[in-house]
Design a binder for this molecule. Structure first.
Ligand SMILES: N[C@@H](CCC(=O)N[C@@H](CS)C(=O)NCC(=O)O)C(=O)O
Length: 297
């Protein structure tokens, strides 16, 4: 049991993909919550003994419901929908086939610990934005960062990854190229999925759309969002506008923009598109052309 004051309390970070999804769903379900905003790379606050009492795995988000912690964002999302099925927007498909299809699409798109970075759309989005994490880590001395992660982070792979980011300023370039290729494939698949004119991934808004909102918003952060044009991705471009127009978007997403993340974006991209945009465009165009050829055959 975690100490708490409100029925729902959320430990989260403004710019984390998983935190964004949970905040979107809290808004969609119209569930009020007490916010505990945490800084991650900027201060290493999540590695502190105090936070380890909330989550020994040191990650966000954690949702506390009446003192009981829930740790995994996807489980949190489902829990919220089960908890308040009649409140706000219903977020799960109604039929068993719909639920199975949702699970498959989540597998394809989610930021999952059991999927290697860049092996699905969600992990490719996360991988592509590690430049931003590296830039934020640069605000602290390298030794302090390495000490923190090597001695306090429980995940062996992440310990190393954060040290590499601090020391190299990013991951090796071929990895970014892999992320971009996977992003192109994911965008092409989603464009095809929406080509029948549906408004959301499953017709009605669902948990998957909350996930896609966070992912597309992150493409904006890494200055790849100019890929969304009516010529290239007509259905996804309209879909992205629809997601941003929802009342949940501002309170869950833009109201939680965090200053050091925004400063890192400015420092890295200087108001220019990402240097990886041409690769994303050519890979995507190739996928879209292949799909047309397959259809014609
Ligand atoms: N499987 C977890 C993953 C959570 C996660 O990796 N959160 C990231 C932010 S998106 C984090 O807290 N990273 C900080 C760290 O590892 O130090 C979930 O879905 O909630």
């Amino acid at each position: 049991m975690i100490e708490h004051e409100a029925e729902f309390e959320l430990y989260h970070y403004g710019e984390s993909l998983c935190s964004q999804m949970v905040r979107l769903v809290l808004e969609e379900k119209q569930i009020a919550y007490k916010s505990h905003h945490m800084y991650l790379e900027l201060t290493g606050e999540n590695l502190s003994p105090a936070y380890k009492k909330i989550n020994p795995n040191v990650v966000v988000p954690v949702l506390i419901h009446n003192g009981t912690p829930l740790y995994n964002s996807w489980e949190i999302l489902r829990y919220l929908d089960d908890h308040a099925p009649q409140k706000g927007t219903p977020l799960l498909p109604k039929t068993p086939e719909g639920l199975a299809a949702l699970d498959a699409m989540v597998h394809e798109n989610a930021l999952r610990g059991d999927v290697a970075l860049g092996d699905n759309f969600g992990t490719a989005v996360a991988g592509a934005s590690t430049y931003i994490l590296a830039n934020i880590l640069k605000r602290r001395p390298a030794l302090a960062v390495m000490w923190d992660y090597l001695t306090k982070h429980p995940d062996r792979m992440r310990k190393v990854a954060f040290c590499v980011l601090r020391l190299r300023g990013g991951l090796p370039k071929p990895l970014y190229q892999k992320f971009i290729r996977r992003l192109a494939l994911g965008l092409a698949n989603s464009e095809r999925h929406m080509a029948d004119g549906r408004d959301y991934m499953f017709g009605d808004y669902s948990l998957l759309d909350a996930m896609m909102t966070a992912h597309f918003h992150r493409l904006e952060d890494v200055h790849l969002d100019t890929i969304f044009t009516p010529d290239r991705l007509p259905h996804l471009t309209a879909y992205w506008q629809r997601l941003q127009a929802r009342p949940s978007y501002k309170p869950a997403m833009t109201d939680f923009h965090s200053w050091e993340w925004r400063a890192a974006m400015q420092d890295i991209y200087q108001d220019q598109p990402s240097p990886f945009l041409p690769l994303l465009q050519s890979e995507l165009d190739q996928h879209l052309a292949d799909a047309v050829t397959r259809k014609a055959a």
